[in-house]
Every structure is written in structure tokens, then in C-alpha cells.
Design a protein around this ligand. Structure first.
Ligand code: SF4
Length: 606
């Protein structure tokens, strides 16, 4: 089997058993990799209604068939589990170099079960797998953890996925970090790792990923790299200014959420843009494994020295969404969030919820403590004060560590939580891109942009420009296509930023050349559709109520955008959602009928 090792490593932390399992090509052709493998094992092996922090939850690290190859951006891996934030499926993706190393060690995926009775780490050196004590690392930030582990195993070339104090303390939006600043960020996958007393996974591998026809594969790879280089975003804006190149674009287009989505234009946006970052702090780009785009930033701050990031979402979440315009404070807060191991989108969204609750008088100074900085828009002290307090669950940080939804519920202000399925929304106000709003409402992991980036057609013009306020059948079908295509790109082990330069046929070419298959584009998109439906099925089994939860915050549905190019618009979700269900082949109330499950080969999960 090309592209795969055909092997899965299963580690049970309760009884310390370590097992090797195999899979065949028929399995690979059904699930492809990463999200596909992950959701298969979740559906097969866990009760979807379990407590995400119970030892019965499983934590799956999975690569794709192109992970570790020279396919452009072929360095991704994914962490899949039941989310403690949404209580539905979590699939958080990361780049850097950890995923390829796991593959080089001979494993396509790692399934972690149970719970260790003291802090441990897993050390994988090709076939050799050990569970080792990590008590001395508990409480350490990510950079120190990585440094000490490299010293301890005596190999500076190991790759490490670890959690910071936020994961240890089960902050519901804790991330799994690798290469210091690369995060499998969303959905609290790091908190599940912490709940298992697992501090880190250390990997070293010496194998190569074999492809079916090396000459043909390299020819296809060169062709796709050329396409990416010629693309103005993948080959221009992203390498030059990082993903924060979007700050000015999204702000000028009037959908840069400002002060907890109260409006879509931030008056100080330029000061936190990719252009401003490049002028003031940028020292160089930092690409992930096999990436010709290189959106990663290496910045130097007088206060901090060298750090990496922030990317667009973090700039916004710790900036405009809090009314903060000081880029240095944003970069410092991003650095701390990485060190403590937290998802910056949910961190910023939670603080924004606190700020609006405070503004509306629902959250009072006496609730947070007289010495704590007030939750006022633009108050950078909030960033400096709370990031560590949340990670360590100290003082009011303990309440914030539960995320924005649970905070808003506690203080009777649920309407001020800007999220979907209890997960905080990212950096696009869907009143300026209604298809994007439909994507948020139907996303399997809750408030998330990246699993169907409708900003591409609605704002940036990829693959062609669509009116952001068109809600025709064509738009609804485009949301579905983007969801299935993204599931395919994720499962292949590639970065979704390649979709700026590549289309579905390009992914088919890369996969066929690597795997020796002769799948059509439709065959591959069918895998994406299968993955999407399987994730939905898991959520339905976990208790998802589509009528109540396939929705958006009231503000986005009922409060017209107050100013800017989209003034007067709301998201007409009610007009799109029934057609979305219909085109998906689901029932009118958003459930998957038996015949659809059978059509997708999911009957074993009925
Ligand atoms: S585009 Fe950016 S995030 Fe994606 S693989 Fe390249 S450097 Fe990493």
C-alpha cells in the first residue's frame, strides 16, 4: 500500500498496554486519513454520550496519505476526540513537523485510551514505544517542555506534541501544541489530553513514505507548486504578510467583527494588519513541512525577543474583537497563549463575552474581584492579566476557563455569546457573507470558519466571485461542496490554504500519483461527504438537536449590521437551512435517513 504504513498504534494509559494494529487498502479507500480515520474509530469505539473527560473518551492523532510526502503542505496531522467545549466531535488540525515524524516512525495514527494514574509522556522511536514518567514536566509551559524532553531523550531531532498548563487544568479550549507555536487548537483537544494525564508525545522516525510512482508524483508535485506560486494569495499575500494579510481586506469589506460582533469595521484595523506587522516586527517567514507558501511569521519584539505568530485569527481574537489596537500587546498575548497551550480564537471570544457582559452590567467588578482589571473594551491589561490566570484556573480565570458559552450562561447573558454549538466564532461577521453564516451554523465542530471557507467565493473570489448576499441554491450547494472538499483536503494530510491555488482535480492528481489509485474527482469528494456525514452522525448520537443548535447567535440573525458595506444585513439562515438539509439528503429536521447512511456505506453505524 503506497502513501501509508498500514499501521495504527494503540496505547492504553490505564493498563499501560501498547498494541500494533493494521488496516488494509479497502479501509484507506473509505476513510483516506486524519478526520476520516478519527471519526471511524470514534463511532466504532466510544459511546458518543460519554463525558469527554472520562477515561472512556479516546484521543486520536492521525495523519493522511500525503503527510510526510513532498506534496505541497504535506505535513498535517489531526487530533480527533469528543470535545469538552462543544460535547460533539472535535477535529483539530496542525502543521509544523510532528505529523510527518509520526509517519516516518511507521505509524499512520495513534489511538490513546484510558487515563494514566500520574503524569506521563509517550516516547515513540520507530517501533519502540514507551510510556515514561512526566511528573517533573507537569506545570511547565510548552517551550520548556519541548526543551527538556529533547535533552531527556538525548535527541534534538525528535518532534513533540504537548500540552501546556491549560491542558493540564482542563481549560475547555486548551490546545495540543507542536514546534512551539503550531496548534491543534480548536475544541479543547488539549484538555482531553490533560484529562488523561498525558503531557506529551515524543516521536522520532527514520522511514520514508513510499509513493506509487516517484517520477510521476514529483512531476505532479512540481506542477501544483507552480500553480500555488502563481496564485496571488497563496504565492503573494500569504508569504509576504502571513494570514494577517486578511485584516485590511476583511475590514475594508466590512465583516471584521469588532467588539464582540457589535459591528464589522474596526477603526484601528491597519495598526494590527499583516502589513503593519511586517513593517514593525517581522524577521522572517517560517513554513511548515514541505510548504511552498510559508505563511508562518517569526517576529521580534523588544519586550519578548523572538516569537512566532500571530496569524489572522489570533490578531483579531485578541485585537479587534476586544477593541484592542496595540499590536505588541496582541503578539505578547498570542505568545503566552501558545506557551500555556490555548486556542486563541476561543480565548479571545471568551474575553469578548466577558467584556460585553461587563458593558451590559451583567458581570460586575465585585464578581471578578476589585483588584482585577475591568473588562472594558480596549483594555490591554485584560490580556496581560488573564491569559495565565485562565490557564492555571486562578481567581476569575477559573470561570473563564469554561469558555464563553458557560460564562454567558452563568451571568444570564447567553445572547452575548457569539458562538455556535458552544464554540466561539472566528474572525468573519456572517452578516457580510451569508453563505459563510450557513457554514458556521452547520459545522460539525461548532463555530468554525476553516471547515468550509466560504470567504473564498463570497469575498476573495475563489474559485469565482459570488455575491455575499446571494442565498440561491447555487450558494447553498457551494457551502456543501466546500465542506466536503475541506474534509478531503484535511483527510489527505494537506493544508487548506492550498485551496487558494488548487481545486478538487488537483487533489485528485496528487492522491492518485502518490497512492496508485485511479479515483475520479467525484470518488474523492464522496470520501469528503462520507466523513462529513459520519461526523454529523456522531453529533446526533451525542445528542445534537438540529432545530435548536444548527443556528447562529441572535445578534447575527436579528440585529442588522449597523454600518459599513453590509449595513442593514442579517443572515437569512432560515431561508437557507431547509435547502441545505435537502441537498445533503437529510430529513427536514436535519437528521440523516437510513438510505443516505447506506448510500455512503455507513450502515454499520446505524
Ligand atoms: S500555508 Fe501556512 S499553515 Fe499551511 S502548511 Fe504552509 S506555513 Fe503551514
Amino acid at each position: 500500500m503506497f502513501g501509508y504504513n498500514g499501521k495504527i498504534l494503540r496505547v492504553n494509559l490505564s493498563d499501560e498496554t501498547i498494541k500494533e494494529e493494521t488496516f488494509n487498502e479497502a479501509f484507506a479507500k473509505r476513510w483516506l486519513g486524519t478526520r476520516g480515520f478519527g471519526i471511524y474509530y470514534l463511532l466504532k469505539e466510544i459511546d458518543p454520550t460519554i463525558d469527554p473527560f472520562s477515561p472512556e473518551n479516546k484521543l486520536i492523532f492521525a495523519t493522511g496519505p500525503l503527510t510526510g510526502t513532498s506534496a505541497p503542505t504535506g505535513g498535517r496531522y489531526m487530533v480527533i476526540t469528543k470535545s469538552p467545549l462543544t460535547e460533539y466531535v472535535a477535529m483539530a488540525n496542525s502543521g509544523g513537523f510532528f505529523g510527518p515524524e509520526l509517519k516516518f516512525a511507521g505509524w499512520d495514527a495513534l489511538i490513546i485510551e484510558g487515563k494514566a494514574n500520574h503524569p506521563v509522556y509517550i516516547y515513540i522511536n520507530d517501533e519502540s514505544v514507551e510510556i515514561k514518567d512526566a511528573s517533573h514536566l507537569w506545570g511547565k509551559v510548552v517551550s520548556e517542555t519541548e526543551e527538556r524532553l529533547k535533552e531527556e531523550v538525548g535527541d534534538k531531532n525528535v518532534q513533540i506534541a504537548s500540552i501546556g498548563p491549560a491542558g493540564e487544568n482542563k481549560v475547555r479550549f486548551a490546545a495540543v501544541m507542536n514546534n512551539g507555536h503550531r496548534a491543534a487548537g480548536r475544541g479543547g483537544v488539549g484538555a482531553v489530553m490533560g484529562s488523561k494525564n498525558l503531557k506529551a508525545i515524543v516521536v522520532r522516525g527514520h522511514k520514508k513514505v513510499e509513493v506509487a510512482d516517484k517520477g510521476k508524483f514529483m512531476e505532479v508535485v512540481r506542477e501544483k507548486i507552480e500553480k500555488l506560486k502563481k496564485d496571488p494569495v497563496a504565492g503573494g499575500g500569504l508569504p509576504k504578510y502571513g494570514t494577517a494579510v486578511l485584516v485590511n481586506i476583511i475590514n475594508e469589506n466590512g465583516l471584521y467583527p469588532t467588539r464582540n460582533f457589535q459591528k464589522g469595521v474596526f477603526e484601528y484595523a491597519y495598526e494590527q494588519s499583516g502589513e503593519a506587522m511586517a513593517a514593525k516586527y517581522l524577521t522572517k517567514n517560517k513554513p511548515c513541512f514541505a510548504c511552498p507558501i510559508g505563511c508562518g511569521r517569526v517576529n521580534r519584539l523588544p519586550t519578548l525577543g523572538i516569537t512566532e505568530g500571530p496569524e489572522y485569527e489570533s490578531v483579531w481574537a485578541l485585537g479587534a474583537n476586544l477593541g484592542i489596537n496595540d499590536l505588541a500587546s496582541i503578539i505578547e498575548a498570542n505568545h503566552l497563549a501558545d506557551e500555556f497551550g490555548m486556542d486563541t480564537i476561543s480565548l479571545g471570544g471568551t474575553l469578548a463575552t466577558a467584556m460585553e457582559l461587563y458593558e451590559k452590567g451583567l458581570l460586575k467588578q465585585e464578581d471578578i474581584g476589585e483588584d482585577a482589571p475591568p473588562f472594558r473594551w480596549g483594555n490591554t491589561e485584560v490580556l496581560h492579566y488573564y491569559v495565565e490566570k485562565i490557564a492555571r484556573r486562578e481567581g476569575f480565570g477559573d470561570v473563564l476557563a469554561e469558555g464563553g458559552y458557560r460564562l454567558a450562561e452563568k451571568f444570564n447573558g447567553l445572547e452575548y455569546f457569539m458562538g455556535v454549538k458552544k464554540q466561539e466564532l472566528p474572525a468573519y461577521d456572517p452578516r457580510g457573507a451569508e453563505g459563510h453564516g450557513l457554514g458556521y451554523a452547520t459545522n460539525n465542530r461548532g463555530g468554525c470558519h476553516i471547515k468550509q471557507y466560504m470567504i473564498s467565493p463570497e469575498i476573495l473570489g475563489y474559485p469565482y466571485k459570488m455575491d455575499p448576499h446571494d442565498i440561491s441554491d447555487e450558494k447553498v450547494k457551494m457551502v456543501i461542496l466546500f465542506q466536503d472538499l475541506t474534509a478531503l483536503v484535511d483527510a489527505a494530510g494537506l493544508c487548506v490554504f492550498t485551496t487558494f491555488g488548487l481545486g478538487a482535480d488537483d487533489y485528485r492528481d496528487l492522491l492518485n500519483a502518490a497512492l496508485g489509485w485511479d479515483f475520479s474527482t467525484e470518488d474523492y469528494l464522496k470520501i469528503g461527504e462520507r466523513i462529513w456525514n459520519a461526523e454529523r452522525l456522531f453529533n446526533l448520537k451525542a445528542g445534537l438537536d438540529p432545530v435548536k443548535e444548527d443556528t447562529l447567535p441572535k445578534r447575527l440573525l436579528e440585529e442588522p449590521m449597523p454600518e459599513g458595506p453590509h449595513k442593514g444585513h442579517v443572515v437569512r439562515l432560515k431561508e437557507m437551512l431547509p435547502r441545505y438539509y435537502k441537498f445533503r439528503g437529510w430529513t427536514e429536521d436535519g437528521r440523516i435517513p437510513e438510505e443516505k447512511l447506506k448510500e455512503l456505506g455507513l450502515e454499520e453505524f446505524i
